[in-house]
Ligand binder design. Structure first.
Ligand SMILES: [Zn+2]
Length: 396
């Protein structure tokens, strides 16, 4: 619906008030501590309008005042702060071998966390463990006016708008109505979103990508997912299935992939690909990523070679991304970000020697500093954004 239609239907005054209140709340959220005078200056609203909207927000427990009555001597202005403890969100990263779940306040600060190992390829068991994470975090949440405001879940696959997991190849899930199952159980708003998309949001709100408008987040785990942020917005494609760069074929006669293609990038550059190569070279079926990185730390030649080779495979895909999207920033996230020390230099070198100079000119390639928390934070941030966009918070 376009704005003009809304205005005709609801009347200008009520809509204007709603928009202004949302604007004032947004300033208090993002610029806290602030003041009524500053808000009036920034929005162009009259001081009387700002004051009345702020009073409503204070009554709604979303803002509070500080500084009043503390003055000794000269008059101190009353500071307005966002009440980030007015409610709590849950963010979950559903992986193949386990899950991470966090409870955050409305600013996205983590107040509690659960990590559980589980074979999530078994759908029923995965849903049971998801449930226990949710219940434990709900129980541990401090008492607050709005309670738990919603749950965001990042999944390694595709979902539709109703939150059905349509296809998650590395989980082996097809058509799982995850959102409706959880909504029935917990009676809370639930959002399901691709984990690389969620990670891109997490990086842009809380990580290295703050303020970056054109970003590609490459999440490297069991597979490779990419979340693409263009002009500050997630690019989802025509039906929400964009960003499957992990299935760009880098080898026309390569290994067969579960997606139906052969030679997909993730078969060569994911964490699984690196661990498989290490198992083969070391003739040790139990070696893990941590085990390999320990060997590299000790300066073992074979481990260093494996990581250098892996950087080249990563680079091949990154060059495709750079030439396609001309991003300002590529963030490499997921568990493989822990290997930054060994991957970074050969990767930068490979990319510099092979990508087109103009798309690369203003590009920065960085490893996530949020580690595997980009996904949980991004998932919680979607739940928080939905809460602030919900009609419950608008004016009567
Ligand atoms: Zn594939």
């Amino acid at each position: 619906m376009v704005l003009g239609e809304v205005m005709k239907q609801t009347g200008d005054l009520s809509l204007m008030k709603k928009l202004n209140k949302a604007l004032v709340l947004e300033l208090i959220r993002h610029e806290s501590p602030t003041s009524r005078a500053r808000i009036a200056e920034k929005t162009g609203l009259t001081k009387a309008t700002v004051s009345s909207l702020v009073t409503e927000l204070i009554d709604a427990n979303l803002a509070y005042e500080s500084g009043a009555g503390e003055s000794r001597g000269g008059r101190k202005p009353v500071t307005l702060l966002f009440q980030e403890k007015a409610g709590y969100a849950i963010g979950i990263d559903l992986g193949t071998d386990g899950m991470t779940a966090v409870l955050t306040d409305l600013n996205g600060t983590i107040v509690d966390e659960r990590r559980k190992k589980n074979n999530n390829r078994e759908t029923l068991s995965a849903i049971a463990v998801l449930g226990s994470c949710i219940r434990e975090l709900m129980d541990s949440a401090p008492t607050s006016p709005y309670g738990i405001i919603g749950i965001g879940i990042g999944i390694p696959g595709f979902s539709d708008e109703a939150g059905n997991v349509l296809f998650a190849p590395n989980l082996g899930w097809e058509n799982v109505p995850l959102q409706s199952l959880l909504e029935q159980e917990y009676n809370l708003p639930i959002v399901i979103e691709n984990e690389a998309n969620v990670g891109a949001l997490g990086e842009s709100r809380y990580g290295l990508a703050k303020g970056t408008a054109n970003l590609v987040h490459v999440s490297i785990g069991a597979g490779i997912g990419t979340g693409i942020l263009l002009k500050g917005e997630l690019y989802r494609g025509a039906s929400g299935f964009s960003g499957e760069m992990g299935h760009i074929s880098i080898h026309p006669d390569g290994k067969p992939c579960r997606c139906g293609n052969v030679g997909c990038w993730e078969l060569y550059a994911s964490e699984n690909a690196l661990v498989d190569a290490a198992r083969k070279e070391y003739e040790d079926p139990d070696i893990t990523l941590d085990g390999l990185l320990e060997k590299a730390e000790q300066g073992e030649e074979l481990a260093l070679q494996l990581l250098e080779e892996h950087a080249r495979y990563l680079g091949v895909g990154l060059i495709n991304i750079i030439n396609s999207f001309n991003p300002e920033l590529i963030i490499l996230g997921g568990r493989l970000a822990a290997a930054e020390k060994w991957l970074s230099e050969p990767l930068q070198h490979f990319v510099e020697s092979r990508s087109l100079p103009y798309p690369r000119a203003k590009l920065d390639i960085r490893f996530s500093q949020l580690g595997d928390r980009a996904t949980v934070l991004g998932a919680a941030s979607i739940a928080i954004a939905n809460f602030f966009a919900s009609p419950k918070l608008s004016v009567e």
